[in-house]
Design a protein around this ligand. Sequence first.
Ligand code: AMP
Ligand code: MG
Length: 412
Amino acid sequence: MITFDEALRAVLKQARRQPAGKIPLGESVGCVLAREMKADRNLPPFHRSTMDGYAVRATDVQHSRVTLMVQGTIRPGEALRARLKARHCMKIMTGAPLPPGADAVVMVEDSEAAEKGRVHLCGPVEEWENVARQGEDIRKGHVVLRRGTVINAAANGLLATVGAVSVPVYRPPRAAVLITGEEIVPPGATPRPSEIRDSNSAIIASRLKELPVTLDLLGTSPDNPRALKWLIQQGLKREVVLISGGISMGDYDYVPEVLKKLQARIIVHRVAIKPGRPFLFARGPKGQYVFGLPGNPVSVLVCMEEFVIPALRKILGYEACVPKVWRAVLTAPYSKPGDRMHFALAHLWWRQERLYAVPVASHGSGDLVSATRANGVILVPRRTRKLARGRPVRAHFFGGAGLLSALQKTAR
Ligand code: AMP
Ligand code: MG
């Protein structure tokens, strides 16, 4: 059986960046820019007031108290062509363009209305005080976002600012989720005593929320090769296929054989890890990425985190694909039999700049109840047998929602 590192390397070696294409601005968060983006105008586009107050010539406000004539009022969106006269000021609102001739703003708090259309202002004011100058953030034609940038909320806002309504990115893939198992019924069903509700579709879909991958849930196949073949064929119409269950050594685990019949090339099958030993990775006849996840929900959770998400990040064009590993202090002893690497469910929490890892007691890879208390895993090496309390260990967080729980001692 291959080790975790070997398996991950094999998966990432296969995972290739998607071709570039344009997608709507609103769908681009989490995608990676396939080319650099330039500013189509100066930012700010004009000398902009950052305060409500009075636009002035700084030379007119060089004393602690001056009185100027009010020449008019400028609202945001209003382009005044009139020049500011000497010894005058104009009332101005935040975001409005300075009138020609003005080079500073005195904020309204430093003003006091006077009679006959005048105003008293407290000075002195410096040139360009309370003004965001034209082009100070970026100049027209300069690069605002580099190729390879992961589009976050700020980048998405900046793309909107430069008018990029259709964004060149590495095209997000479509993924299909296939569930296998006679015993599996949808969450809305009333299961018979021997049946189980499908939790894996929910786990997979939740975990993929953070990536811009389009997900089609294709439903459940009974454990027979014909039905399975048909469903996998449907899945193979997408670039990525995620299959839950049916990859172990049981009599009804037909996924590997069906994949072979469909001309898929199996690259990884069975890895020396716990949970997740039966994990499978294959390439379909057209290069589709096929992930076989063991049916147990905790295995799905771990295999998503350790294999599927890193591979998808690479496919999307991310430079950083694997989770960031931290050193943590183990708060309770941990022992493991056998020589598989363990992903031990843990609650990780920060206290005074130190990360603590509390192992979560679990009944195994079917125990989703205890898994809800974990926000990450401790990486226990293959050959380690026992870890004493207080030992430094390597650990990483699960991605997605729930990261704030790293600030509290126990999971809610
Ligand atoms: P398998 O990998 O198909 O042998 O399944 C291993 C275990 O996971 C069995 O106990 C299944 O009942 C359970 N299981 C498989 N698929 C699901 C699912 N979609 N939701 C919940 N449990 C599942
Ligand atoms: Mg099964």
